[in-house]
Design a protein around this ligand. Structure first.
Ligand code: ATP
Length: 438
């Protein structure tokens, strides 16, 4: 499928079926900000919950945290963001649009918007942090930043979490939250946006043990994406060369996916050394050392960070799941989402709208609801069309109530991927689905 085709199809399906809408659409939208609709919010929540379960609930060496978006502005001086979080910005003197100077077309001298050649201004550095004011006075002493990453909330709480949770190094702190960057050239749907969510984990280790933990976290995170069902041939690592490394990093590997627009990062694994804790110690004047028992050795831990973009991962999941198949001469559009993260787990249909079938189907849906299994009821149109509508949004199972259901109390369950149907007793449906999901 041509590249742009797949992106266009994803954008249009997302809007039509309630995955993702443009923000403030009735006003013409707002620059690269997106809203998640009824299906999108479920998908994104399921991705976040899967991450949280694997990072926090299934481990005893990681604690959770939910730090505020607004922080003391000194945090961003210490972290290096005030001075260093910049991209080179260039303006086309013909159409006055601004772009990142390192975009390939721009580097070749051509404006991506109006096509004019060699009409760019000299690049100037542009800070990506959004600024606002705290309190009633709008002057520089009241400036605060809207966080561009969640990590700093973790660093400044390092000792609070370690002490209150009585953790010992090595241990980690995990957080999911919004981050904001005033990207110069956002785009590619939810790939690069100005408001996005990150799922970050900072793992604090003894200096000297950092390389080993880095390798371990690379494996764990890559496996997480494979277990989510992402096609292995579309996943790879990209090691940062010396010119790509962030100011704080000793080593960095991106996990990349082959998007329709090329191989791009959607998670970063970084060895941040003791840079952040040491800087916060220096700027705050508060000791951020860890005292190792029983030797009483004091040290500032090194940090291995895993930083996953939740929105980019959602795009990976959607792009990877999208299929078009030929079924008996008709095109079947299919979202082959892992059932674990599919927004709707089961759709319930009465075969016809009479003979007590709708009532029975409603009863099944009510049982699913009581078990907190997200389901959808549909009685309109031919059964084939109802199946297709669910295939397109990735619902793994369709339950149909038919004549036999009335006589024998059984239903068919159709599998989205194999199209195979099994017949089971109505009172087994909830257990059957729970078993498939476990
Ligand atoms: P890029 O090079 O694409 O700008 P980055 O290297 O600056 O990304 P990090 O600071 O390492 O990204 O952030 C970690 C993760 O946060 C990224 O892998 C990505 O998934 C997500 N992320 C960063 N910036 C954005 C954005 N503007 N929109 C959506 N997700 C983002």
């Amino acid at each position: 499928m041509p590249t742009q085709d797949l992106m266009d199809k994803l954008v249009s399906l997302s809007k039509r079926r309630g995955y993702i809408f443009q923000s403030s659409e009735i006003y013409g939208g707002t620059g690269s900000v997106w809203d998640y609709g009824p299906l999108g919010v479920e998908l994104k929540r399921n991705i976040k919950e899967r991450w949280w379960a694997s990072m926090v609930h299934r481990r005893d060496d990681i604690e959770g945290l939910d730090a505020a978006i607004l922080m003391n502005p000194r945090v961003w001086e210490a972290s290096g963001h005030v001075d260093g979080f910049t991209d080179p910005l260039i303006e086309c003197t013909n159409c006055h649009r601004r772009f990142r100077a390192d975009l390939p077309e721009v580097a070749e001298g051509q404006c991506p918007s109006c096509g004019k050649k060699d009409a760019f201004t000299e690049p100037r550095m542009f800070n990506l942090m959004f600024k606002t004011f705290m309190g009633p006075v709008e002057d520089s002493s009241a400036t605060v930043y809207i966080r561009p990453e969640t990590a700093q909330g973790i660093f400044v709480n390092f000792l609070n979490v370690q002490g209150s949770a009585r953790q010992k190094v090595p241990f980690g702190i995990a957080q999911i939250g919004k981050a904001f960057r005033n990207e110069i050239t956002p785009g590619n749907f939810i790939f690069r946006t100005r408001e996005f969510e990150q799922a970050e984990m900072q793992f604090f280790v003894k200096p000297g043990e950092d390389d080993e933990w880095f390798a371990r976290w690379m494996d764990v995170r890559m496996q997480w994406h494979k277990d989510l069902g992402i096609r292995e041939e579309k996943l790879r690592f990209h090691k940062h060369g010396p010119d790509e490394l962030a100011h704080y990093a000793k080593d960095a590997h991106d996990i990349e996916y082959e998007f329709p627009f090329g191989w791009k990062e959607f998670e970063g694994i970084h060895n941040r050394t003791d840079f952040d804790l040491a800087r916060h110690q220096e700027y705050s004047g508060k000791r951020l050392e860890y005292i190792d028992a029983p030797t009483n050795e004091r040290f500032i831990p090194y940090v291995i960070e895993t930083s996953m973009g939740v929105d980019r991962t959602t795009l990976v999941v959607l792009a990877d799941a999208y299929r078009e198949e030929d079924v008996e001469g008709e095109t079947r559009v299919l979202m082959a989402l892992s059932p674990e993260i599919a927004p709707v787990k089961a759709a319930v249909f009465p075969l016809v709208k009479k003979d007590g079938m709708p009532e029975l189907a409603r009863k099944i849906q009510s049982d699913l609801r009581s078990a907190a299994i997200n389901s959808f009821y549909d009685q309109s149109g031919a059964i084939g069309r109802r199946y297709r509508r669910q295939d397109e949004v990735g619902t793994p199972w369709c339950i149909t109530v038919d004549g036999e259901s009335l006589e024998k109390g059984t239903v068919t369950i159709r599998d989205r991927d194999t199209l195979e149907q099994v017949r089971i007793s109505m009172d087994q449906i909830v257990t059957w689905i729970q078993e498939q999901l476990s």
